[in-house]
Ligand binder design. Structure first.
Ligand code: PLP
Length: 341
């Protein structure tokens, strides 16, 4: 039986991310190039609404409940981490959810469904399968327009969950980072739609509710900081505009709310030439890199986002793109549900 929607507020357990650890990876290669590499194990923040998904969904769910939405609708492919996470979150708070899934052919062939779809269905997600051409139209697709007419009190969460509310949702996690490791010099994350990268930039520049130790305070303004996104899809240069626009919206709002808001100077860049052939493309070379990495550091990766992320960072290190004494912090965004068959 479907659970009744529970009233949510920002103190709810689901929406208050656990403090996840930052651990150091040690390897002779890092010593050779004189860099420290640390990982924020953010995938440990929730068993199902893992890593960046929890942050992106947080204020979207709060907004949906506040507006009295009767159901959610969102978009994704058959292996989408966002579909898996939204199904789990909606189930946890008792809101019905429909996933608009790319690939009409799957409708008649549940035996071909991925683990992601099967598990989302167990979490009570309903599906609307649409063909690839219409999928590109998202909420303008004829089936989606019809569905929205029939369900007028719906809350639409975009593909990948990236919107202004998602950007804001990285507040707690960035406050954690600022407290745990105030002297990081390079912070890396993988990039699909760019929401996570924008969320990191916006919230690390304007950390929320943090009490930095006096030592950290002193170090903060003097360290040159860079946030770097590694794109996992080809031709991702267009994302810079979206990312910049999300950051500006966030910063304008923050300045209106608090004129004395202190801003930490942080530069950012998007690397678009480490996609390993494009979204979902996994070469034998990448597979073996992932395997060696997992064995060496005893850290699980997914091939779509985090393996490409670490491979991109490895390339930056050996190509001497990082100055000596850099303190690299890598955000492990999760995606491990995608490893299940
Ligand atoms: C595990 C994982 N890491 C990173 C990303 C990329 O995040 P974004 O779409 O916000 O760029 C995604 C997709 O949302 C993801 O599932």
């Amino acid at each position: 039986m479907k659970k009744q929607p529970t009233p949510l507020d920002s103190s709810d357990n689901l929406l208050t991310p656990k403090i996840t650890p930052c651990v150091q990876l040690t390897h002779p290669l890092f010593d050779k190039y004189k860099v420290q590499v640390w990982v924020k194990l953010d995938y440990l923040n929730h068993p199902e609404i893992q890593g960046n998904k929890l942050h992106k969904l947080k204020y979207n769910l709060l907004d949906a409940v506040e507006r009295g939405a009767e159901q959610l609708i969102t978009f994704g492919g058959a292996y989408s981490n966002h579909i898996a996470a939204t199904a789990a979150a909606a189930n946890e708070i008792g809101l019905p959810v429909t996933g608009v899934i790319r690939g009409q052919e799957l409708e008649q062939h549940p035996e071909k469904w991925s683990h992601t779809l099967k598990h989302a269905q167990q979490n009570s997600m309903q599906f609307l399968f649409i063909n690839r051409k219409n999928y590109r139209l998202k909420h303008q697709a004829p089936q989606v327009i019809e569905w929205l007419k029939q369900h007028p009190k719906s809350f639409v969460i975009p593909e990948g969950g990236s919107n202004d509310l998602a950007i804001k949702g990285f507040d707690e996690m960035c406050a954690q980072i600022t407290q745990q490791m105030p002297d990081w010099t390079h912070l890396y994350c993988p990039v699909g739609t760019g929401g996570t990268l924008a969320g990191l930039i916006a919230n690390c520049r304007h950390p929320k509710n943090i009490q930095i130790s006096p030592a950290g305070q002193k170090r903060l303004p003097t360290v040159l900081k860079n946030i770097i996104g590694i794109a996992v899809l080809n031709e991702a240069d267009y994302l810079r505009k979206d990312i910049q626009s999300w950051i500006e919206t966030f910063e304008n709002k923050r300045e209106n709310e608090n004129k004395n808001n202190k801003k930490i100077k942080i530069d950012w860049q998007l690397i678009t030439n480490a996609t390993g052939g494009g979204y979902g493309k996994i070469s034998n070379y990448l597979k073996s890199f992932q395997k060696r990495f997992e064995q060496t550091f005893n850290l699980p990766l997914d091939p779509i986002y985090t393996a490409k992320l670490f491979h991109g960072i490895y390339k930056q290190i050996v190509q001497k793109k990082l100055p000596a004494d850099s303190k690299v912090l890598v955000l492990h965004t999760g995606g491990l549900q995608g490893n299940k068959k």
